[in-house]
Design a protein around this ligand. Structure first.
Ligand code: JFZ
Length: 603
């Protein structure tokens, strides 16, 4: 009896917390970290061009060409004749994913055009009827995935469908919107097709829905979404569902992972699983005019960046009408896979470390508890010229070992631990051209000091609003404006007190600068800094004006750097730096940062 009560109680707790924790079925997802997205369909045959005209609209997604260029269905179907049905081989996509170090694949089983990539019983508008020889791409892909141990997921456009007469196809907004008819589409296409996808292709790891608005802003009803969701839970209880299903967290606490906007990388740490869908260039479907390819380095940084915040990356391929993948993608995927084969330890099964992920200027940190019980902190070094010594600030106990990961073997690195800073000696020439990885080993999750600001490579401390340990007083946060010519700043109309903590390794001397915009010439406003019981008082000065952009006539307030003085740290240790800003509502100050720069003896 008590046992049963306990179980119910635990279930209850897990229910109310479910949006903040990882669902049991999502455990693989947060361990895999890296997946492949495939956008492939009739649109791939158009290649981003229709009757000589490029896909319309500034955001020229090639898979939207039917809608953007207003193509009739009968003509759209003609695209199937451009496909090289003999040569298309989904197994190649799986092998490419494997080679790239990806652990799961999500394919557009049905995109917005409504065209199914399998032999669908509920809609003739499917690939089986328009290929020769007849193909069921989803079947073939599912078999290839099974063969190669790859997890498989389906993108399914539930909300939008440009084929079904009663579905919502964007244009119908103007002419008619009818919930009753829409439900016919739902019951005779969406539900049965989903049933097919969940019945005939083995284990499905995730369903990736694509409604980026809350259902109340659309024609889809909450009931319809629950009907769909319940079907998945019933038929494949282990299958993950993403947040673009269209229900809010209040309505459904049980979405398995959050989908960020397209190519939107993570900014914050979440415990809850999340993922960025990303492209190598711009379009998702194949677009032959694509010209801006992200570099291997940039993709690796995106992947590591997401992992350092507990997120995933699902990187897209848009194969062509002969099934091949653009060279630019293949090349990068090879390079990424090669990198992951040596450095994947810092990505797979890894996640955020306790310290702020942007604490250091050499790169980002990831953390992992290994199967052997050891705890690893990985320094993913983005800087190609980090110098002879890399400093890691914030861990307050000595690592057991530090190694540089490399292609051939791990190289033991000499290091020196001092209270809160570990100085690691690294080779002059680092082994990898993209991102290098240093591994610190601990027996237990290391203790940290969350308040510290790390010293930059060039010897200074950059102190700002976001890395302050405490903030008191009222202020307004102003994002950057006018193309960034007006920088991010903190507006103070009364008073603001910020405090930072640093660790100083040796007796040293620092100059102190601060940057702000202040537009009064006469004032009693001031700014003061207290370090080490010494106070520097600075009367706010008029910072002037400047022209926002050469040869343009817009004047902007000038943000200017002022020297406040010099400070001496006589002994190594922790120091607090406190900044007080005193202004008044008539004379506000827009403040940016403090910069403490080590004064090195001139040669
Ligand atoms: C959608 C699709 O329209 C697109 O074709 C592609 O499949 C992509 C992965 O998803 O596009 C979106 C969806 C959501 C956002 C932006 C584009 N969003 O939330 O920023």
């Amino acid at each position: 009896m008590i046992k049963r009560f306990l179980i119910i109680f635990i279930l209850f707790l897990s229910k109310i917390n479910s949006q903040s924790i990882v669902n049991e079925r999502a455990k693989w997802f947060i361990s895999d970290r890296f997946g492949m997205f495939i956008h492939w369909g009739l649109y791939s045959g158009a290649e981003g061009i229709w009757k000589g005209e490029k896909v319309r609209y500034n955001n020229d997604y090639a898979e939207w060409i039917q809608y953007r260029n207003q193509i009739e269905i009968s003509e759209y179907l003609e695209l199937s004749k451009r496909f090289d049905w003999e040569n298309i081989d989904p197994e190649k996509w799986v092998l490419l994913a494997k080679k790239a170090g990806m652990k799961y694949i999500t394919i557009t089983a049905k995109h917005h055009d409504g065209f199914a990539l399998w032999n669908s019983e509920s809609s003739d508008y499917n690939i089986y009827n328009y290929s020769n020889p007849k193909r069921d791409i989803i079947k073939e892909l599912s078999l290839a995935c099974k063969k190669h141990g790859m997890k498989l997921g389906f993108y399914y456009s539930h909300w939008t469908d440009w084929e079904h007469p009663f579905s919502w196809d964007n244009s119908k907004e103007i002419y008619w919107l009818d919930k009753k008819n829409y439900n016919i589409y739902w019951q005779e296409k969406v539900m049965p097709q989903m049933k097919e996808l969940l019945s005939n292709y083995g284990e499905i790891s995730l369903i990736w829905f694509d409604m980026w608005l809350h259902h109340e802003e659309t024609i889809v009803s909450k009931e319809q979404l629950f009907q769909l969701k319940n079907l998945i839970r019933e038929m494949q209880p282990n299958c993950l569902i993403n947040s673009r299903l269209g229900l809010s967290i209040d309505e459904d606490k049980d979405v398995d992972f959050r989908t960020l906007g397209d190519n939107q990388l993570g900014k914050y740490k979440y415990e809850y699983p999340w993922q960025t869908p990303a492209t190598v260039a711009h379009s998702w479907g194949y677009n032959k005019n694509e010209n801006e390819w992200k570099s291997t380095t940039s993709i690796l940084r995106s992947l590591i960046g997401n992992v350092s915040l507990n997120g995933n990356l699902m990187l897209n391929i848009g194969p062509t009408s002969n099934g091949s993948v653009p060279y630019e993608i293949e090349k990068r995927f090879d390079e990424i896979g090669n990198w992951l084969s040596y450095y994947g330890k810092s990505v797979y099964n890894a996640g955020a470390f306790d310290l702020r992920n942007d604490l250091h200027d050499w790169g980002l940190t990831t953390y992992k508890k290994s199967k052997n019980g050891k705890k690893y902190v990985f320094l993913n070094i983005f800087d190609n010229q980090p110098g002879d010594i890399i400093k890691f600030t914030g861990i307050t106990e000595s690592p057991k070992k530090i190694k540089l990961l490399s292609k051939n073997s791990k190289i033991d690195l000499k290091f020196d631990f001092n209270t809160a800073v570990t100085s690691i000696k690294i080779p002059k020439k680092l082994p990898n051209p993209y991102v290098n990885v240093v591994e610190m080993e601990f027996n237990e999750r290391p203790k940290v000091d969350l308040n510290l600001v790390a010293k930059t490579k060039n010897g200074g401390y950059a102190l700002n609003y976001s890395n302050a340990m405490t903030k008191k007083g009222k202020s307004i946060i102003n994002g950057s404006k006018r193309f960034g010519s007006i920088p991010f700043n903190i507006e103070v109309k009364d008073s603001l007190i910020l405090k930072w903590k640093v660790f100083v390794e040796k007796p040293s001397c620092y100059s102190i600068d601060t940057s702000y915009n202040f537009q009064k010439k006469i004032t009693n406003g001031y700014l003061s800094i207290e370090v080490n019981n010494e106070e520097f008082k600075h009367k706010l000065e008029y910072s002037g004006k400047t022209v926002g952009e050469p040869n343009q006539d817009w004047m902007i307030d000038r943000f200017h750097s002022f020297r406040l003085g010099q400070i001496k740290f006589d002994s190594p240790g922790f120091y607090f730096i406190e900044l007080k800003i005193k202004a008044n509502p008539q004379n506000p100050i827009q403040w940016q940062w403090l910069w403490l720069d080590e004064v090195v003896d001139k040669i």
